[in-house]
Design a protein around this ligand. Structure first.
Ligand code: HEC
Length: 146
């Protein structure tokens, strides 16, 4: 009985917290979310680079890092669909959407290409295709505020 009252009270508190914070947190959460995806792009691109330059002996992970880059690019595209300047995102993302979207789609396609090549022929086959992944800076130059 006592338990019942306590859990009803907790549920009420959670509910009220939820209702009051959802609105305020939304924009910040969306920006955090897309920044986390971009960080994972950076992490996997770094891992891929270390393998490509033979700094680490983990060539067997090549395709997995390429998969992750493709997945992060696809996920980021959805996250950016919400017109929400903030973080270091420039407002022209949403006025020049086709260009912006095309770059993420190109990154995703290149990543899938690299992953397939890595699976069929390892570094020898994937290496020449990796250039298609390093389109990061061009997009940042055009679509970030710093
Ligand atoms: C289609 C455009 C586009 C492409 C392609 C792109 N980025 Fe970004 N990136 C952005 C934008 C826009 C932001 C700013 C996000 C924000 O703060 O809202 C960003 C932010 C970042 C950040 C900072 C995240 C943070 O914590 O604030 C990193 C790291 C990053 N990108 C890495 C990469 C890497 C690595 C690649 C290539 C493999 C890449 N990006 C490709 C548009 C792009």
């Amino acid at each position: 009985m006592k338990f019942g009252i306590i859990s009803v009270a907790i549920a009420a508190i959670l509910l009220s917290l939820g209702f009051s914070s959802v609105q305020a947190a939304e924009d910040k959460d969306v920006i955090n979310y897309r920044q986390n995806l971009m960080k994972s792009l950076g992490a996997h691109a770094g891992a891929l680079g270390a393998i490509a330059q033979n700094k680490v002996p983990f060539g067997a992970n090549l395709a997995l890092h390429a998969d992750a880059i493709g997945a992060a690019a696809d996920a980021a595209l959805l996250a950016f669909k919400q017109d929400l300047p903030g973080g270091t995102s420039a407002a022209n993302i949403w006025t020049d959407w086709d260009d912006f979207e095309g770059r993420f789609m190109a990154l995703s396609a290149a990543a899938k290409d690299v992953a397939a090549a890595a699976r069929s022929g390892g570094m020898a086959e994937a290496g020449p295709k990796m250039g298609g992944l390093f389109i990061c800076k061009a997009c940042h130059d055009k679509f970030r505020t710093e």
